[in-house]
Design a protein around this ligand. Structure first.
Ligand code: 5GP
Length: 243
């Protein structure tokens, strides 16, 4: 067996090479970070839960016609994904005002937005992932105009699919962050949804009580992060005991 080579280590995940050159192994860590690593802790089993939840969500998206990098879950912490050239941008989709949007613009947290709001940040920890406009993306050639259009189209589709998935289990999708990559083929490049989608990267509120079921429990010192992630998984119908 070929030895796996660590290609990248992020705040909550590692990426390893795979014997098939067009694939990678995505490993979910237990580390929880916030405010760009200024706050750090280790939450036992968080990686296992995020691996399961992300598998469930990417499979749901595929079943709803949204192609993505997920191939299969290998074990409790690893999944096999398609190798892409990652676009160095984080796409944030918001349905309800919260977090940095509320802080930046003084908009009351919990205010429903008239329609989904898409924001872009630059993936750069040293700069604290600064917010950027489509113009920055175009001028600095992080993505082409057509790619930006495609990213926005796909983001709106992902939002629709996820709002439905979560509301069916009594959860409001407040906002979330996604990333995209380029699949380089002989017939040209294709924009594909990548990374993970989990309570680490989404704001999820219980529909009735508005209880936070996401990483804000860690960011805001509310406690009960693992129980909240387990609750999300269980409501989605994921068998967390036998996985
Ligand atoms: P905010 O900008 O309000 O902090 O975050 C908006 C949404 O994007 C939240 O659901 C948050 O979890 C997610 N998000 C923003 N930046 C990051 C990041 O660097 N990593 C992860 N995992 N999620 C992020």
């Amino acid at each position: 067996m070929t030895k796996k080579e660590l290609l990248y280590e992020g705040k909550a995940k590692k990426l390893f090479s795979h014997k098939e050159k067009d694939k990678l192994i995505q490993y979910f860590k237990d580390d929880a970070t916030a405010f760009n690593k200024k706050k750090h802790d280790v939450m036992e089993n968080k990686g296992i839960l995020n691996n399961l939840i992300s598998e469930h969500i990417f499979t749901h998206l595929r079943n709803n016609g949204i192609e993505n990098h997920f191939i299969k879950r290998i074990n409790e912490r690893e999944q096999l994904v398609r190798k892409l050239e990652i676009i160095p941008i984080e796409v944030i989709i918001r349905n309800i005002a919260a977090g940095t949007l509320s802080k930046r613009l003084g908009i009351e947290e919990g205010k429903e937005l008239p329609g989904p709001l898409i924001e872009f940040t630059l993936k750069n920890d040293n700069l604290d992932d600064p917010i950027i406009s489509e113009e920055h993306i175009r001028v600095f050639e992080w993505a082409s105009v057509n790619e930006i259009k495609e990213i926005k189209n796909q983001s709106i589709k992902v939002n629709k699919a996820l709002i439905g998935l979560f509301i069916n289990v009594g959860i409001i999708l407040v906002d979330f962050k996604i990333e995209f990559g380029r699949l380089i083929t002989e017939n040209g490049n294709k924009i594909i949804l990548a990374d993970e989608i989990s309570p680490d990267s989404c704001r999820l509120w219980d529909k009735k009580s508005l209880k936070k079921l996401d990483k804000d429990r860690f960011r805001r010192n509310l406690g009960g992060l693992i129980d909240a992630y387990k609750e999300v998984a269980t409501r989605l119908g994921i068998d967390i005991k036998n996985n």
